[in-house]
Design a protein around this ligand. Sequence first.
Ligand code: NAP
Length: 345
Amino acid sequence: MRLLSVTSAILAFIILVTEAKLAPTIRLNNGYEMPVIGLGTFESTSGDAERAVKDAIDAGYRHIDTAFLYGNEVEVGNAIRSKIEDGVIKREDIFVTTKLWSTFHEPDQVEKAFQRSFDNLNLDYIDLYLMHYPVAYRRVLQNIRLPSDDVNAFYVFPVDKNGNTLTEDVDYVDTWRAMEKLIETGQVRSIGISNFNSEQTERILSMATIKPVTNQVECHPNLNQRKLINFNAARNMTITAYSPLGRPHTPNGQKLALSEPKVLELAQKYRKTPAQIILRYTVQNGAIVIPKSTNKNRIQENFNIFDFELSDSDMQIMHGLNNNYRLIDFATDKDNKYYPFNIEF
Ligand SMILES: NC(=O)c1ccc[n+]([C@@H]2O[C@H](COP(=O)([O-])OP(=O)(O)OC[C@H]3O[C@@H](n4cnc5c(N)ncnc54)[C@H](OP(=O)(O)O)[C@@H]3O)[C@@H](O)[C@H]2O)c1
């Protein structure tokens, strides 16, 4: 009897420790839970993505963000299935997001595009499917010798000879209606939007029978999206923060928050790294963060933000870094009527 109670105490302790390693979750407007930190995988390719996803799961991540555009859905799916087969996680423990690319906005393309991502990931169901961007792109063959139904034969960023994007006149509202039908298949649990402004979000909400659970937008201390976060919160929608570290590997990103003296001071004060201060700030600001890394140490570093809290006055200091600086502005689409970044938020 005594042995039994000691064993169950040890078991309870193990469960507690395991659970303590996981990130908090946010309840979405349809009742599903989404972890407030996920691993980003844009530019994680050939071999790196699979290893990074495995390292992330070992570090405690239970949320992975991919997209058809990133070309790594197969690797992401392989990594997750391998961790399920090893008994580290169960399918329901992990939240997987992928996205509909802009070349597939015509309603009759949506189901086919979804099916491709679904097959690539091969995970029984997808947790969240996002419309990647409100503007529809034309499907232009890269090489006319390839069969026209081969998805790899199309340019993902089709441009004319002046470098302007070749777009299609497809209303994102019609694309959304086609995405709503995917929910009925049971192959996807939640749907959402990405790179939408407040007016476009309102327009979707005015016609939707299924509300988007999130809007995934660029969000970091230099573009803290306070207005869009509040706007969405009032409508029971979350904001997912992409490029939350400000893409420090890019020339424009180098000037941003990761090297900001005030962030370095706060890092010293809290005995944390600048990346941890920035990610913690954005989570306290009300968004879900999806930092990308393929480096095992940085994957762990980015996850360790749940054992401290920035004080109100330090949050004010961080708010002061906002200068509405946008890194990803889809500049070649500026003239399109659905271009999202022509208004304040
Ligand atoms: N919906 C959209 O339109 C959209 C657009 C962009 C991104 N996203 C999603 O958001 C994710 C994150 O955004 P992002 O990849 O653009 O940018 P990010 O996460 O802000 O920055 C990624 C860069 O930061 C480096 N890094 C990671 N951790 C670091 C740390 N602790 N200290 C210093 N450097 C660190 C990474 O290098 P290492 O890999 O070498 O660590 C990588 O070069 C993407 O991967 C993607 O999943 C979505």
